[in-house]
Ligand binder design. Structure first.
Ligand code: NAD
Length: 355
């Protein structure tokens, strides 16, 4: 199969981690007889430096016209003082909106080999952590009007029924393929947008009688994720709540460097990226963990290219790498064998076996 992949290396550790993911994809292509063609896209700080714009329209079009996009991360201290509309993260928001990817899927799963890396008590970890956060990605407060007038700043949070419905359906469909438990998270005791959210979720529930729907306020959910994460199967929530909860969920699984994500809309052209940022503190030092990006590439194969065997080949290689005791610094624990970003990629490639 021939697939065109738009590649955004971005800033900070972005280029290092994306390189390892591309090397893994290259080996998978060789094993299974596929051709992956890559188109480089400038986005983030590097695009500001080159074009004065974090995502010029011609670069966005390369993504829209691809079969899928693989992204490292964008941002960094160098661009902290640029005006809000020109910040590197604006490129990311524009990319998500331009691609129409309204559903972000972030798994929170603990690798048994990394149980020690979780900050939670062993008794909680032993109950199992394996849930997915389905986050609405192109609506809500991040996309509402932002303004500052004198000493008053305003950010507007808006959701329409149709926006809630389409993400709700992804939540129900995701739960249907798993343990059939969907927890809708909102703040309906305070926010109108959340009351609408809850109403739409309950209306949708009638179409999914096989899925058990529960409601939870976001502040309670933040507590429950650390108190009893085993209770969750699929969480569906709006943009900002999902942003915060998914970072919390990533930490209980060990390292932010391990977690992939997929963002999809109405087509199979998706956006795949690790959930972490550009980690300027460790950029260029060959210490970043590339696994979140490598697993994002695996998600791309599974969800956008319908290549489940190839995806599993990558996941198995990561598991074998962890079994052998190799660890990048972020997940290092007693007895682990310390490796850098490049060597991590190399060892995972050595473990790739055609399934
Ligand atoms: P971050 O995720 O970049 O880093 C947080 C901490 O985790 C740092 O100590 C970092 O060293 C560590 N870390 C992150 N990824 C790692 C990896 N793969 N391996 C090992 N350690 C890793 O978050 P931050 O420091 O708040 O943000 C840095 C920059 O990234 C900011 O400019 C921010 O706006 C941007 N950002 C970008 C994205 C994105 O591109 N999707 C997401 C979040 C933050």
């Amino acid at each position: 199969m021939v697939k065109n992949i738009a590649v955004i290396r971005g800033d900070g550790i972005g280029p290092e981690i994306v390189n390892e993911a591309l090397r893994v994809l290259g080996k998978v292509a060789e094993l299974y007889g596929h051709t992956f063609k890559y188109t480089d896209v400038d986005m983030g700080g590097c695009a500001i430096d080159k074009y004065g714009d974090p995502l010029p329209e011609h670069e966005l079009q390369k993504c829209v016209n691809s079969d899928s996009v693989l992204l490292g991360a964008v941002g960094g201290n160098k661009w902290n003082d640029v005006p809000g509309t020109l910040r590197p993260e604006k490129g990311l928001l524009r990319l998500r909106a331009g691609m129409g990817v309204y559903s972000n899927n972030r798994p929170a799963k603990i690798w048994p080999q990394l149980a020690d890396a979780s900050p939670l008590k062993k008794s909680i970890v032993d109950q199992g952590i394996d849930f997915i956060i389905v986050r609405e990605l192109i609506g809500g407060i991040y996309f509402g009007e932002h303004k500052t007038e004198g000493d008053v700043a305003t950010d507007v949070l808006t959701y329409s029924e149709s926006e809630i419905e389409r993400i709700g359906m992804i939540g129900f469909e995701t739960a249907r393929k798993r343990n059939k438990k969907l927890c809708s998270v909102e703040k309906s005791n305070v926010l109108d947008s959340s009351r609408l959210w809850k109403k739409v979720m309950h209306r949708l529930a009638e179409e999914y009688p096989d899925v058990e729907l529960s409601d939870m306020l976001v502040d309670n959910c933040a507590m429950q994720i650390v108190k009893n994460p085993a209770q969750f199967d699929v969480i569906v929530t709006e943009n900002m709540f999902g942003d915060i909860l998914s970072d919390e969920a990533s930490m209980i699984t060990g390292s932010i460097g391990m977690i992939p994500s997929s963002s999809l809309g109405a087509t199979t052209c998706g956006l795949y990226e690790p959930i972490h940022g550009s980690a300027p503190d460790i950029a260029g030092k060959d210490v970043a963990n590339p696994i979140g990006t490598i697993l994002s590439a695996a998600m791309m194969l599974r969800f956008s290219f319908d290549m489940p065997k190839e995806a599993e080949t990558i996941e198995n290689a990561v598991s074998a790498y962890l079994d052998a005791g190799y660890r990048t610094a972020d997940i290092m624990s007693e007895g682990g064998k310390l490796v850098g970003c490049r060597q991590c990629g190399e060892l995972i490639i050595e473990n790739l076996r055609k399934g």
